[in-house]
Write a protein that binds this ligand. Structure first.
Ligand code: CMP
Length: 140
């Protein structure tokens, strides 16, 4: 089976608590490969554009505030069925609903400060990767 890609963000609640390495260990233990990675401080414009699909949701402004509150690590992950594989190890959006052993169960503080983002489809993965990486930045 050919490898596919997903897009990941290690969010400000996780970078603040120095959890980048712990989360990357979970990713690598699952068999996914980190084929691009950059630590950035998102501008409001970047965060608003990235989460534009949620612009009408009541939590949108708070989400933009949170995602610009500190550094994040943007990543491209590669592996078999990468979107599904990453969603499985992330766990449910709300850590209260996340399965034992998942990243969000282990590390997330709340539904907003939920430590990681992962794409929900192959199509969105390609769109989200293109927000932050050029093809040359991705080395498999
Ligand atoms: P993420 O996968 O980054 O996509 C959108 C984010 O909105 C989501 O994770 C949550 O962190 C955040 N969020 C905040 N409040 C809510 C909510 N009530 N329902 C869904 N997502 C929420």
């Amino acid at each position: 089976m050919a490898a596919s890609r997903t897009f990941s963000i290690i969010k400000p609640d996780a970078t603040r608590r120095n959890l980048t390495g712990a989360i990357n260990s979970k990713i690598e233990e699952s068999g996914l490969r980190i084929v691009a990675q950059r630590r950035i401080h998102m501008s409001r414009e970047q965060a608003k554009a990235f989460y534009a699909v949620h612009a009408e949701r009541p939590f949108y402004n708070d989400l933009v505030d949170f995602m610009t509150s500190g550094p994040v690590v943007v990543q491209v992950l590669e592996g078999e069925k990468a979107v599904t594989a990453y969603r499985k190890i992330m766990g449910a959006t709300n850590p209260a609903d996340a399965a034992d052993g998942t990243i969000r169960k282990l590390f997330a503080e709340s539904i907003e400060a939920n430590s990681v983002h992962g794409s929900d489809s192959d199509n969105n993965a390609a769109i989200e990767i293109a927000h932050f990486f050029k093809e040359d930045d991705i080395v498999g």
